[in-house]
Design a protein around this ligand. Sequence first.
Ligand SMILES: [Zn+2]
Length: 60
Amino acid sequence: MAEFCLDCYNRLNNTNLKKRDVKLSVDVCERCGQVKPTIDYIVRTDKIKPPCRSTGVSRS
Ligand SMILES: [Zn+2]
């Protein structure tokens, strides 16, 4: 699995996860290439909207 820091993950997935929403471990981010706390896994999966759900979702 690719390791991304919070900034890159949020940018790639159009999410707004915070540190408390994820399990972090220091690793090389595969997008920005810096050694940063990267996402091991997401704790608050309810914060991620399933892409297949189209009703009521407004894209800006
Ligand atoms: Zn990054």
